[in-house]
Design a protein around this ligand. Structure first.
Ligand code: AMP
Ligand code: GLY
Length: 437
């Protein structure tokens, strides 16, 4: 089978890495990919090659997929999904994995997502949605509790302001609604109750009716240790398939499946918007129970990089089962390795602010007990692998428990060098501390 992966980050490298192991996959094309997503066939994996088409150039992607007779396209990022890539491919008779444009509103419109959750009694923070500053500010003043202000549309992870005071909330409303900091994505805001607790990402495969949960993972969004500094795209993650530092107990997982994931997929079907693809629930485990912070309509980044190495089964079969609506045929009992997996992101100096590009990366070949998923990398004219983005790569390792996985991931990080590289030294540390307390 000939497959196209859309995107260029660590998530997409992990998807290519896993799908290349599928016996049915002969050839993978990645648009646009990175320096890590190209190789020749051999050692039990299919060949992979980059093509210079941007992930949001939908017309070029559909034309390419038609010309190349691509049999399955897997979409990584949210923007092409929100722009309707799956609808476009389906219209011309091509298979694309992911939700339609209307279904992707669970991520692309926070107002849609909150109203949907309210209609279907899915546990989430109390909220209001507004398009004008006066009503929004009145709501904040009347609310009487700390709030979070969110731009309705996609804002590359920057559209959420967690506020300590009323003044901060009013300032955020002004920036989004009056000064249009996020353009059309901020034409509406969602204001919701600020919750406290620990966060977990729970991703599930969906076929329009059924769901198949992946083991829960945790992202580390702040740039510095101890969750200090500004937010990033994610500085590391871990996933515990061995349950030694389980983010959610088996009982809680079942509860989330029954109160969040299934009602969402069944509710979407009942509203005539069948949801196929990945449903990613960003959860807050509050003292009052689990609450949904947000839905994403795609694989998480960097969660995917630490989840897929624990998948024993053929990913292709699961993706096809989602498209064909027969996910219930997949045996969920033996799908996941009972181990942990950890990933540490190495970022460019200065990230998440300005950073240099084109710096040579050394030591990649020295790594043995870890997989290096590339994110912001490219090959220069001399064929060297150089930095090309803020998050450059993620070192991912498995272990019989979280501690072993983290040890191997950090050993790999220490072998890799580029000028100005920085990474967090406390990935997974909270989980280890929670387990020993
Ligand atoms: P979102 O993109 O909606 O997941 O928000 C990004 C981050 O903002 C989340 O990962 C949380 O850390 C924080 N956040 C979002 N909603 C809330 C909330 N209601 N209460 C507290 N923190 C929140
Ligand atoms: N890890 C956060 C995201 O993928 O949105």
């Amino acid at each position: 089978m000939k497959i196209l992966i859309v995107g260029s980050g660590g998530r997409e490298h992990a998807l290519v890495w896993k799908l290349a192991q599928s016996p049915q996959v002969e050839n993978i094309l990645v648009a646009p990919g990175n320096a890590g997503t190209q190789w020749t066939a051999g050692e039990g994996r299919a060949a992979s090659r980059n093509v210079a088409i941007k992930a949001d150039d939908l017309d070029a992607l559909v034309k390419f997929a038609q010309e190349q007779a691509i049999e399955l396209t897997v979409v990584g990022p949210e923007v092409p999904l929100a722009d309707g890539i799956v609808d476009l491919f389906t219209e011309v008779g091509l298979h694309a994995f992911g939700p339609t444009q209307t279904a992707a509103q669970l991520e692309s419109s926070k107002a849609f997502s909150k109203a949907f959750m309210q209609r279907h009694h899915i546990p989430t923070a109390a909220y209001g949605a507004f398009t004008d500053y006066d009503s929004a500010s009145q709501f904040v003043c009347d609310f009487g509790k700390p709030v979070v202000v969110k731009a309705d549309g996609l804002a590359a992870g920057k559209g959420v302001v967690v506020c300590d005071t009323v003044d901060e909330a009013l300032e955020a409303l002004k920036r989004i609604l009056v000064e249009s900091e996020f353009g059309a994505a901020g034409a509406q805001v969602v204001i919701e109750e600020r919750l406290t607790g620990t966060e977990a990402s729970l991703l599930a495969f969906c076929d329009g009716y059924d769901v198949l949960m992946m083991p829960p993972a945790r992202d580390h969004k702040r740039v510095f240790d101890n969750d200090e500094g500004p937010n990033t795209g994610g500085m590391g993650a871990y996933c515990t398939g061995d349950m030694s530092h389980a983010l959610l107990s088996p009982e809680l997982l079942n509860e989330v499946r029954d109160t969040v994931l299934l009602p969402t997929v069944r509710g979407m079907a009942a509203e005539g918007i069948p949801y196929k693809g990945i449903l990613y629930a960003g959860l807050m485990l509050t003292p009052d129970g689990v609450r949904v912070l947000e839905f994403n309509a795609r694989f998480g980044d960097p969660e995917t990089q630490v989840i897929l190495p624990l998948l024993r089964a053929d990913l292709l079969k699961i993706l096809l089962a989602c498209i064909n609506g027969n996910l219930s045929n997949i045996d969920s009992q033996t799908l996941w390795q009972k181990e942990s997996c950890a990933g540490v992101v190495m970022a460019s100096g200065g990230y998440p602010n300005d950073y240099p590009k084109g710096l040579p990366i050394s030591g990649l070949d020295a790594v043995s007990d870890a997989v290096i998923f590339h994110a912001g990398t490219s090959s220069n004219a001399e064929g060297e692998t150089v930095t090309a983005g803020g998050r450059v790569l993620v070192a991912v390792a498995r272990g019989s428990n979280l501690e072993n996985a983290l040890d191997s991931a950090y050993k790999a990080v220490e072998q890799i060098h580029f000028d100005g590289a920085h990474y967090r030294r406390d990935i997974g540390r909270t989980a280890m501390a929670e387990a020993s307390s």
